[in-house]
Design a protein around this ligand. Sequence first.
Ligand SMILES: C[C@H](O)[C@H](O)[C@H]1CNC2=NC(N)=NC(=O)C2=N1
Length: 97
Amino acid sequence: MAVEGLTHEEAQKLVAALDCWAFTRDAEAIGRTFEFDDFSQAFAFMTQIALLAEKHDHHPEWSNVYNKVQIELTTHDAGGLSMRDMNMARAIGDLLT
Ligand SMILES: C[C@H](O)[C@H](O)[C@H]1CNC2=NC(N)=NC(=O)C2=N1
């Protein structure tokens, strides 16, 4: 299913408005690393994101090492960034507030 991509200029403005997310992979993705007190907290966070991902039909590329969760968002269906990534990044950040 094709999804409309963002221009680099659009993406730059949107990323600047997100807390702590930055371009990765030549601006084809955005990434952020989260750190928790322990594995249990990190994994609880991942569980919440898994539910969000299903709700949004948008899934993170991520890795976890003990108390750290590293996340990248990109839209395969757009070959780069789309509003789906921005919305998901916002929703993930909101889990912590
Ligand atoms: C068919 C289904 O809607 C698509 O494959 C969705 C699912 N989750 C997705 N997740 C991400 N990160 N990018 C996508 O392009 C994407 N596409």
